[in-house]
Write a new protein. Sequence first.
Length: 216
Amino acid sequence: MLYTFGAEKGGVGKSTLAEEMAVERASRGFETLLVDLDPQRTTTEWAAARVYNEVVPQIVCVSKGKSLTKELIKMREAFDTVIVDIGGKDTRDLREAIVIADKTIVPIKPSPADLRTFPDFADFIRRINAEIETPKDVCVVLNMVNGSSNQFKRFTDGFAEFSDCMKLLDSRVCERVAYQNAYEAGKGVRELSRSEYDPKAAAEIESLYLEIFGNE
């Protein structure tokens, strides 16, 4: 199965969620591949830190070559789980990664400014769905949350017009120091040492995993 973590807007924490979900899959015994298609190479640096710190299980991380679609298809056949981290910009790579994905996860901050990026993205998903038999499975997750309940209500009310082609997940991931600590160590938050462990962050990631992958 191939899972694309992407968004048109940058700075929404998609690399963090891709890394966390890769850790969760690998820790459950699935042969997992991370594909870093973000020019910032955030996930590549995280994977290098994981190797340097000898964190197990190891997770293979690669970047793309010339033919994205063909390469992703081969990768999906070779691994139990392929997780694609794609840059925060509307590019051909982003669109190809969504088309080929079994499931797409779109992180977004719960703000009006972030929601304004969705109309064009939703239209793209609708155009794809009009040409295929089974609609694309596109899930939106509120990430880097740090706001009031009124902010959530305004966001969910505004999101309603996109519910025909995207599903808003129940899980929410907040801004926490634990995620930065995990990144620097090449770990997931559930792998942190006792002194750095944050049970709230761990619970968020477990909840998100279950919504995306089920009980696998």
